[in-house]
Design a protein around this ligand. Structure first.
Ligand code: INR
Length: 369
């Protein structure tokens, strides 16, 4: 039953139907080590390559690369120390057996492990491989092993949360400006390719000691469909979630990602989360207490949202300056625009790159990988 829901949420019902008719073709068989299984796998893979209605050229090329992995070096990456736990699985440091390169290996938990990796997942993953930008953590390799999927990413020293905590005193305004610019630049690139993040937070922004910022965890929501419950006891953070989602809007659009930019910038400035809520209603009320309770005049249609309650208390708006006093006028204006209640008029990633807060950023300095 879960599977049907997942597929509807992916919006690929048509493809899935075709795939169901084709039965086994839709799911990648695991790559097995014994020769006969390898031959059988190779045969099934070849059959998949001849199946144009289901597979796009990019998936076909991914399948070819997976097939190569099976015959050449089966396990190229050696797993090391655990780095953390994300929505979709555990992340480890990994080293390449031959070259010694260091990478981050993400072990993906699949919903129906016994059936292999769904073709739709592989398609999304192959699209992610093409999402290459200096401010997006690159997906370098995909490895499949016994019904498990491993994604190999670029490795960066630490995440922004750890970085903020490790700095004694405050981050300099120039560092905040530079990180913020790199963040909206990476986001603008992904949005222009039709890929949304859906879960931006300091924990999945990776930074280097050289001041580079790259967004991690991009597009995985579409590829794997977030589990309803977290994988472990870890709590899914609500702190960067926009009001339209909290009020029950079912559609994720790029403004969802833009909302998170405001609280992330404020957190870089103050070193504390802007909306540290412990449940959805607490989250809504924490937003309302700062930005004022939304109304039909600043957010047309808000009262028709599924979880709008006419009994919500009416709070007045307070000045953002009192929230982040260290921030200049331009910075406050950018935050105000990312926290615009109406998603339709919220600033876009592309427009925010031109915002006056970034007028002093050396934009060419951010262009090298
Ligand atoms: C570090 C992480 C360094 N690097 C945690 C971490 C602590 C210190 O998660 C990480 C990653 C990395 C990472 O270097 N590359 C990636 C995480 C992720 C993707 S994801 C890629 O998708 O957020 O789990």
């Amino acid at each position: 039953a879960g599977r049907g829901l997942v597929e509807q949420r992916h919006g690929v019902v048509g493809v899935v139907r075709t795939a169901m008719i084709l039965g086994m073709w839709a799911r990648m068989p695991p790559l097995l080590s014994s020769t006969s299984s390898a031959i059988l796998s190779a045969w099934r893979l070849s059959a998949l390559l001849l199946c144009p209605p289901v597979l796009s050229p990019s998936v076909q090329s991914l399948l070819r690369s997976v097939k190569m992995d099976a015959t050449e070096s089966f396990r190229k990456w050696k797993r090391g120390q655990k780095l953390g736990e994300g929505t979709f699985g555990e992340v480890y440091v990994a080293t390449h057996e031959k070259t010694g390169e260091v990478a981050a290996l993400k072990k993906i938990k699949l919903e129906c492990e016994d059936e292999g990796v769904p073709g739709t997942t592989l398609r999304e993953v192959s699209l992610l491989k093409e999402l290459q930008h200096p401010n997006v953590v690159g997906l370098c390799d995909v490895q499949q092993d016994n019904h498990k999927l491993y994604l190999i990413f670029e490795f960066l020293d630490k995440d922004l949360k750890r970085h903020i905590d490790s700095v004694s005193g405050h981050l300099s305004i120039e560092q905040v400006r530079s990180f913020s610019f790199q963040l909206v630049k990476g986001l603008s690139f992904c949005h222009s390719r039709g890929v949304m993040h859906r879960d931006l937070k300091p924990q999945n922004l990776l930074v280097t000691n050289q001041g580079r910022l790259k967004i991690a965890d991009f597009g995985l929501a579409r590829a794997f469909c977030p589990p309803i419950r977290p994988l472990t006891h870890e709590v899914v953070t609500l702190w960067y979630r926009p009001p339209e989602i909290l009020l029950g809007s079912a559609t994720y659009a790029p403004p969802v990602d833009m909302w998170a930019i405001g609280p992330i910038i404020v957190e870089m400035i103050t070193k504390r989360p802007m909306f540290p809520a412990d449940c959805e209603i607490d989250m809504l009320y924490k937003i309302f207490r700062i930005l004022g309770t939304p109304t039909e005049s600043n957010w047309p249609g808000v009262t028709n949202l599924k979880d709008w309650n006419p009994a919500f208390p009416m709070w007045p708006k307070i000045s953002l300056r009192s929230i982040a006093p260290q921030l200049d006028e331009q910075g406050l204006d950018l935050i105000q625009q990312t926290l615009n209640y109406d998603p339709k008029t919220r600033i876009s990633a592309k427009a925010s790159m031109e915002h006056s807060f970034f007028s002093t950023v050396d934009k060419s300095a951010h262009n090298t990988l």
